[in-house]
Design a protein around this ligand. Sequence first.
Ligand code: CDP
Length: 796
Amino acid sequence: MSQALDEIKIGGLGASRKRVEDNRFIRGKGNYTDDITLPGMLHMEILRSPLAHARIKSIDASRAWDIPGVHLVLTGEMMATRNLAWMPTLSYDTQAVLATDKVRFQGQEVACVIADDPYIAKDACEAIDVEYEPLPVIVNPEQAVAEGAPVIRDDKDSQRDNVIYDWEVGDRAGTDRAFEQADVISKLKLHYPRSHPSPIECCGSIADFNRATSKLTVYMTTQAPHIIRAAVALVAELPEHMIRIISPDIGGGFGNKVPVYPGYVCSILASILLERPVKWIEDKSGNLISTGFARDVYLDGEMALRRDGKILGVRIHTDADHGAFFSDAQPSKFKIGLMHSAFAAYDIPAAHLTARGTYSNKAPGGVAYRCSFRVTEAMFFQERMIQAAADDLGMDQAAFRRMNFVRDEDFPHRTPFGFLLDSGQYAKCLDVGLKAIGYEEFRQEQAEARKRGRLLGLGISTMTEPLGAGNSREYDILGIKMFDSAELKVHMTGKAIVRTGARTQGQGHETTWAQIVSHELGIPADDVVVEEGDTDTAPFGMGTYASRSTPVAGAAVAMVSRKIRAKARKLAAHLLEVSEEDVEWELGRFYVRSAPDRGVTIQECAMAAYSNMPDGMEPGLENTAFYDPPNLTWPFACYIVTVEVDPETGVWDVLKMVAVDDCGVRINPMIVEGQIMGGLTEAYAMANMQFITFDADGNCVGSNYMDYLLPSAWETPGFELHSEVVTPCPHHPIGAKGIGECAAVGGPAAFVNAVMDALSGTGVRNIDMPLLPDRVWEAVTYRRDVSGAPPVRTDD
Ligand code: CDP
């Protein structure tokens, strides 16, 4: 007789449980880095370079030192005496902490002032006299490799030009053969503009060095506390066990809070020197001009096609503008992240990718903004290229995709770039999307509207993306293998605490990790508290980015719960006075196989672990699990948008958008929907309004929210979400795949494809994002492509 608990009622897998963290957030009780005040705390401000490229002739800080309330002025020269003027980046490059020889981008950190309050510190920054000698400026890869271009990184002995890497992956010869056999070759060139993750809370840190205990505690806005601890130990040469990184509530990260920034290093050094807590909170302009840019890649590709629509091969070339320092956070062995996941959803026999990275006089870029290491650029190019190829063949967009998808029966499928896809129902997702948008009806309506001069368009984006790095065999960051861990402690009353090395920044881990424990052990989710973000208490983890939490840390939570259940089974056998083999499990309860009425709950087992354990058993009910995933997870998504373009103004409006996401088993459907809506909103922003550009002098245009636009509820369209396609991940313990970034990754192409579809027949092949009205108007009016590449100075 089963007495299994109703999983949904206890908040287990599949329950749309309200987010527990919101209780404190909506009451204004969150605890962010800037909310923390420590006794004796000082404040740090940063002086930034006004120029994009200039030699520093002199820095005179004497006027700043004279201002009452100033405790310390740090310059590059002082950092150099402690071997801290430069720091290693996450991509085996170096980055200036405070400039010594040159400034290499506008907004670069030149000096820091530590004072009694932030206003004194800011005033003192302005009292630092820096003499610059301007140098020629480079703002794009073309300029970077032009003959006679100034070498930006002349600090590096081995650097003779501005090229960081020339890298390739795939089968060059096989791809050449595919192109020889092609009936049609389709080509596309585009620029994915530089953007900024732009979390509402900027970066910041409070370093607190205690000379008496030799302990350094740093409160900071980091998505990866353990990695920061390791970096501080290695860069500052402090003992790792004497460093405690605490990441309190984070007001959004989106990849912006993964790297190590100069502000962190300076606040730590200042605290060590002054033996007082030092707080640095970046302002919005500082965040927008200097920290963690994303994208900025020029993509150029071609596709070999058979007349009937079969794709035979793909060539892609990428030119990535990394800014002044190569600081991408990405797995070590891939120079351009997971760009080679492009076209993974399509069964393509041969593919080859070449990638070149160059320096420019821009802030360092390449963070994985809601993205798994360049997957966003890859999927955008893929879906734009698929649309262009279908157009070139005169084929229906949906039919072309369906014909080339990896089929359900072909999993596991190895992509030509070497990834192993394990599961999916791509055609089914597409069909659900087409039905929801009313595909056939819309095509008729579109044709009718055309006759009356109205431009309607429909854009499809279908993609799978690799989420959840690593496995440790293939994925590491600076040699640290990518895996995660979870620790679970079940108290004697059956309540529990679970800790992971991930760090939630709005994704709802406090809610969903408890649901996984609940699913595995039958303990109500409300009885499980989740804690993350303190390196002294949380087990090791690589942090939260690249939608890796559920695939890796979430899996570790399931695995540690299973360890607990295994021990609880022994306790149950002892309590029921039967052998372990005679004990069966149902949610929340063990019972005797031959007498199902005789059972004990998980809570009774927990009590026994502290009060009535069998002889020889170690007391307590606690454990830790390290999880090294066998593979990445591969969610699939189909996004379809319909739009109307006004040819007179270039303004385009979304008529309808549908999203079909298959992320395997959904732990919390409501949170998953929130993630998708957030991602689609960011996708819409990218397609419609958001970019950071630079003028020919390297001045950053977009250093405030008047220029860098965030979509509000007013302009964001409604989204219709579909969840009927579920393909569990075969290797994840609960069948879940990542979801956090899918919509931000796959969404932009759907919007752009829709506008381009509205313009079909005009001869316009591409408009670079964002599709601002003036760009669309120019394309429609002059029937030409519109590039978004930054301007190049022509007057000298
Ligand atoms: O790494 P990150 O937390 O950004 O992304 P994620 O692992 O995709 O998870 C985002 C949120 O969605 C987390 O709270 C997950 O637990 C939840 N989620 C879910 O409920 N079901 C899934 N199949 C995937 C994620």
